[in-house]
Design a protein around this ligand. Structure first.
Ligand SMILES: Cc1ncc(COP(=O)(O)O)c(C=O)c1O
Length: 284
């Protein structure tokens, strides 16, 4: 495969990164995973705009959104057609010294493409005991410091589940290791607000904004998840994925009526326009 590395598309086998790139040594960087369907990156502009916001939150050099969107398209076209896959953008603070202080060599930018397996039709999720810190410097930032998510997801896999759900320090529902969460309680479709510390998911934003569903953003005590009539996850790679069970306990319905409606409308929105214009309302 070919990848975009610091300004040029090269064979991955000959691509070079510095050993002391801070993205590698201290997780000082940001990233995006963008679904690739029949050769078309989905919601590309929104993802790159979020990368730019994440970079700004970390004080990294400004991301040129148009130039990076072009780099993504160039990388996709430089590779064999991918029917179902993902584009990964990684943007780090670049090579640095051995400690945490940043270097001054300029940022590192990598865009790579992979085929991926299709998501499972349903998700079994577990809850994890480690809280998301909604007041932390990295809350809501899609940073490469993802070891906490990797650990939680490994725990989910060990228990035969496919996603791990975090509460925040206040005991409110927050998000999955790589997804946002929605639930239906007493007929209302609820999702945690961005103040819960969750990532402003691109799929979450599209669902709230474009799908004509009455989504209520509200703090939700985490134990309410067990009582949900239905629940689902959203992410670029899962789209809308119904949740079948939480910690081994089956939810009342799966997929429920509202989940099915959300999935159908989300699919239609993306089919109508694979790159819906970015708005700020559902981002931070
Ligand atoms: C922690 C976290 N929350 C939510 C999401 C969902 O975001 P998106 O819909 O933009 O894929 C992701 C995506 O990977 C994530 O890593």
């Amino acid at each position: 495969m070919r990848a975009f590395v610091n300004g040029a598309v090269v064979e991955e086998s000959s691509a070079q990164l510095k050993l002391f790139d801070h993205g590698f040594t201290v997780g000082d960087g940001v990233f995006e995973t963008i679904a690739l369907r029949n050769g078309a990156p989905q919601a590309l502009t929104r993802h790159v705009a979020r990368l730019a916001r994440s970079a700004a939150r970390l004080g990294l050099p400004r991301v040129e959104v148009d130039a990076l969107c072009s780099a993504v398209r160039e990388t996709v076209h430089a590779n064999p057609p991918v029917a179902w896959g993902a584009v990964r953008i990684t943007y780090s603070s670049g090579p640095g010294p051995m400690g945490s202080a940043r270097g001054d060599g300029g940022p590192t930018t990598v865009v790579a493409v992979r085929e991926t397996k299709r998501p499972d039709l349903l998700a079994e999720v577990i809850t994890v005991p480690w809280p998301r810190n909604e007041r932390g410097a990295l809350a809501g930032v899609k940073t490469t410091s993802y070891a906490e998510n990797a650990l939680a997801l490994a725990d989910a896999h060990r228990q035969g589940a496919s996603e791990a759900i975090f509460a925040n320090t206040r005991g409110e529902l927050c998000e999955g290791s790589g997804s946002n969460i929605f639930l239906v309680l007493n007929g209302e479709l609820l999702t945690p607000p961005l103040s819960s510390g969750c990532l402003a998911g691109v799929s979450r934003g599209l669902l709230i904004e474009r799908c004509g569903l009455d989504v209520v953003e509200r703090d939700i005590p985490s134990e309410m998840l067990y009582l949900a009539d239905e629940a689902f996850l959203t992410s670029a790679t899962r789209d809308v994925q119904p949740i079948r069970s939480v910690d081994g306990r089956a939810l009342a319905t799966c997929p429920g009526r509202i989940t099915e409606r959300a999935a159908a409308r989300y699919g239609q929105v993306m089919a109508d326009d694979p790159d819906p214009a970015a708005v700020d309302a559902y981002s931070r």
